[in-house]
Design a protein around this ligand. Structure first.
Ligand code: C2G
Length: 132
């Protein structure tokens, strides 16, 4: 069985998230997703996510293309996660291009194009600036 691993916050879940997860799954037979913990998100983006980690994990678990979900507690632990979950392929969006090349000794590393014109940040901004 070919195992694929990917990571992300997946806050305010949107179509770009669906696209990357579906495409990631096509690289193998079993998709494992590391969902960033709330603490990691605070350290990465300087704010709490809109949805807490339990909700974000539950949403990802409910997707038919996803087989297993765990909390990503630190960006520095990728090597351990890839080994622990015995991943054959690491898939990330191309906003991370080059950043995980150091893992090519462990598994195949693939960067996929992001879905244009949608992001959690943009959604938050649109909601924030809506007239009441
Ligand atoms: N994504 C995408 N298209 C978008 C928005 C996001 O393909 N329009 C992808 C990103 O490239 C990423 C995944 O969806 O691969 C999750 O995106 P985020 O929730 O923004 O994840 P991020 O906070 O970048 O966390 O260890 C790595 C990090 O935890 C990744």
């Amino acid at each position: 069985m070919k195992k694929v691993i990917t990571f992300g916050t997946f806050d305010v879940f949107h179509i770009g998230h669906v696209h990357i997860l579906e495409r990631a799954r096509e690289y193998g037979d079993y998709l494992i997703v590391g969902v960033s913990s709330d603490a990691l998100n605070r350290s990465k983006k300087g704010r709490n996510p809109i949805y807490d980690q339990a909700s974000r994990k539950k949403i990802i678990e409910s997707l038919s293309c996803v087989n297993e979900v765990f909390f990503e507690e630190s960006l520095e632990l990728k090597r351990n996660y890839i080994e622990q979950y015995d991943a054959d392929v690491l898939v990330m969006g191309d906003d991370w291009v080059g950043r995980f090349d150091e893992h090519r000794d462990q598994c195949e590393v693939v960067y996929l194009p992001r879905t244009p014109s949608i992001s959690t940040t943009e959604i938050i901004e649109v909601v924030r600036t809506q007239e009441p």
